[in-house]
Design a protein around this ligand. Structure first.
Ligand code: NAP
Length: 475
C-alpha cells in the first residue's frame, strides 16, 4: 500500500473496529491501492444491528439530530478539497465532478437538518364524518426503526448522505453497507457525524461481501426498512426477499432526451455533450438516448459531435479532465462489447468507439436499432445513441420504449410540446430545456417501472422512514 493511502476501520457501536482482514480499495485509473478498509462479515453486520437497537432504545430529540446534521455540513466544508480528492481517487471521478459531489452532500445534510426540525404529523378533521363527531385526532410521525442502507459506487459520498442524513433526520439508527469498491467516502462521513456528536450505535458502517451483509439486513427482523440504491436486478431481488420490510429502491435508467427542431440547438448540444459523458456516463441519469426531430437532426449532429470530441479524456485527478475511467475492467470490457455489437449490426460510430490508452473515448452512435444493448439496456458508460423522429408522439414512444423510468428530458421552444411531453413521458422526473441528468438534492427523485418504487430527497426520504401513528381523543 502506498504511503499516502488511507487505512480505515469500521464504525460499530461508536467504536472503530478492526477485523484482522482487510479489503483493498484501488484507483480505477491507475490500479494503485488508494486505501484499505477492515473487512466485515455477517458477525460484524449482526453486531451493528445490535448496536443500532441499543441506540434506538434511547431516542435522540429532533433538535439534537438537526444539530449533528448541521455540524456535519461544517465538517464537509472544512475538508471539502480532501473529500473531493478521495471521491476522485476511489471512484475515478474527475476532480471537478467530485467537487460538485462534495458540495451537493452539504446541501443534502442541510435539507435533512431542516426536515428533522419540522418533522410533525397532521390534525385529522374528525367532525367531517358522523363517526368522528366529538373526537379530536392527530398523527405522530414515528421513526420506522433500524434502517439497513446499501449504496452504489458512483456517488460514494452524496448517495450515502441521502441515506444516512435522512435516516437520522427521521430518528432512525442505520447499518450502512457502502459499495465495496468505494467505501472510503462513506467512512469519512461516519467520522464527521461521529465528531459532530452522534452518540454510539446511531450510524454503523460495515464494508464487506454484499451477499453476507445483505443477508443479515434481509433476515434480521429488527431491521425494519432497507433503503437501496444500485442496479435493478439486485434491488428488486432484495425487495422480493424482504417481503415484510419496507424496501425502498432507487435503480437504473437508460436516460432519453428529445430535441425538437424548434429548440435552441446550441444550448441542447452543449448541455447534452457535458451530461452524457460526465463521470464517463456512470450516473443513473446520464444521457444515453438522444432523439432529434428529423428537420433539425443534421444541424444538431454538426454541433454535438465536435463538442464531444473536445472533451478531455484522462487522469481524473487533473483539474481539466472531463472523462476518466469506468469503474473496473469488467465494466470496460462489457461497454466495449456493446459498442462492437452495435458496429457489427450496422450502426455508425460518429465519435469514439475505441480506447485512448485504457480509457473508453466518448462514443456517439447513430443508426442503432432498438434491439441493440446500447439502446435497450443501461450502458452506464461513455456512450450515447442518436436517432431521429417525425412527430412528438413518435419521440415520446421511443423515449418510453424501455423498462426504465427514472428521468427524461425535452428541449423545445414550444410550451405545448414541452407540457405534452411532461405529461406523457413515463418517468419519475422530466426536465424541460435542461439535461435529464439534472438533480438538485431537495427534489423528489426516483423512478417508475424498473427504476424503483420511491422518491429520495430528504423531505421524501424522511416520509418513507417514518410511520404515521394516529392518536384519537374523546372530548
Ligand atoms: P450494484 O452492483 O447493484 O451495487 C449496489 C450496492 O448493492 C453495492 O453496495 C453492492 O455491494 C450491493 N449489493 C450487490 N449485491 C447485493 C446483494 N445480493 N445483497 C445486498 N447488497 C448487494 O450497483 P453499482 O454497480 O454499485 O451501481 C450502479 C447502478 O446503480 C446502476 O444501475 C445505476 O443506475 C444505479 N444507481 C441508481 C441511482 C438512483 O438514485 N436511482 C443512483 C446511482 C446509481 P458490493 O459493492 O459489495 O458488490
Amino acid at each position: 500500500m502506498a504511503a499516502t493511502a488511507t487505512e480505515r476501520k469500521l464504525l460499530i457501536g461508536g467504536e472503530w473496529v478492526e477485523t484482522g482482514d482487510w479489503l483493498d480499495v484501488r484507483s480505477p485509473y491507475s490500479g494503485d491501492i488508494v486505501g484499505r478498509v477492515a473487512k466485515a462479515g455477517a458477525a460484524e453486520a449482526k453486531a451493528a444491528v445490535d448496536a443500532a437497537e441499543k441506540a434506538m432504545s434511547d431516542p435522540l430529540p429532533a433538535h439534537k439530530r438537526a444539530e449533528i446534521l448541521v455540524k456535519t455540513v461544517a465538517g464537509i466544508a472544512r475538508r471539502h478539497d480532501e473529500i473531493a480528492r478521495q471521491i476522485s481517487a476511489e471512484a475515478g471521478k474527475p476532480l471537478k465532478a467530485a467537487k460538485v459531489e462534495a458540495s451537493r452532500a452539504m446541501s443534502t445534510y442541510t435539507f435533512a437538518a431542516v426536515e428533522a426540525r419540522k418533522l410533525a404529523g397532521d390534525v385529522v378533521p374528525m367532525d367531517a364524518s358522523q363517526a368522528g363527531e366529538g373526537k379530536l385526532a392527530f398523527t405522530l410521525r414515528e421513526p420506522i426503526g433500524i434502517v439497513g442502507a446499501i449504496s452504489p459506487f458512483n456517488f460514494p459520498l452524496n448517495l450515502v448522505a441521502h441515506k444516512i442524513a435522512a435516516a437520522l433526520a427521521a430518528g432512525c439508527a442505520v447499518v450502512l453497507k457502502p459499495a465495496s469498491q468505494t467505501p472510503l467516502s462513506a467512512l469519512t462521513l461516519a467520522e464527521l457525524e461521529h465528531e459532530a456528536g452522534l452518540p454510539p450505535g446511531w450510524l454503523n458502517v460495515v464494508v464487506g461481501p454484499a451477499s453476507e451483509i445483505g443477508d443479515v439486513l434481509v433476515e434480521d427482523e429488527r431491521v425494519r426498512a432497507i433503503t437501496f440504491t444500485g442496479s435493478s436486478g439486485v434491488g428488486w431481488k432484495l425487495r422480493e426477499r424482504a417481503a415484510r420490510k419496507k424496501v425502498v429502491l432507487e435503480l437504473g435508467n437508460a436516460t432519453p432526451v428529445i430535441v425538437h427542431s424548434d429548440a435552441d440547438l446550441d444550448e441542447a448540444a452543449s448541455k447534452l455533450a457535458a451530461n452524457a459523458f460526465s463521470f464517463a456516463g456512470q450516473s443513473c441519469i446520464s444521457v444515453q438516448r438522444i432523439y432529434v426531430q428529423k428537420s433539425g437532426y443534421d444541424e444538431f449532429v454538426k454541433r454535438f459531435v465536435p463538442l464531444v470530441e473536445d472533451l478531455v479524456v484522462g487522469d481524473p485527478a487533473e483539474e481539466d479532465t472531463d472523462v476518466g475511467p469506468v469503474i473496473d475492467e469488467d465494466a470496460r470490457e462489457r461497454i466495449l462489447s456493446w459498442i462492437q455489437e452495435a458496429r457489427e449490426g450496422g450502426a455508425e460510430i460518429l465519435a469514439g468507439g475505441d480506447l485512448e490508452g485504457d480509457l473508453i473515448r466518448p462514443t456517439v452512435i447513430a443508426n442503432a436499432t432498438l434491439d441493440m444493448k446500447v439502446c435497450r439496456e443501461e450502458v452506464f458508460g461513455p456512450v450515447v445513441v442518436l436517432d431521429s423522429y417525425e412527430s412528438l408522439d413518435d419521440a415520446v414512444a421511443l423515449a418510453n420504449g424501455t423498462r426504465y423510468g427514472l428521468q427524461a428530458g425535452i428541449f423545445t421552444a414550444d410550451l405545448r410540446a414541452a407540457l405534452k411531453a411532461a405529461k406523457s413521458l413515463e418517468f419519475g422526473g422530466v426536465t424541460i430545456n435542461e439535461a435529464p441528468t439534472f438533480r438538485a438534492d431537495q427534489m423528489p427523485y426516483g423512478g417508475v417501472k424498473d427504476s424503483g418504487n420511491t422518491r429520495e430527497g430528504p423531505a421524501y426520504a424522511v416520509r418513507e422512514l417514518t410511520e404515521e401513528r394516529v392518536v384519537v381523543i374523546d372530548l
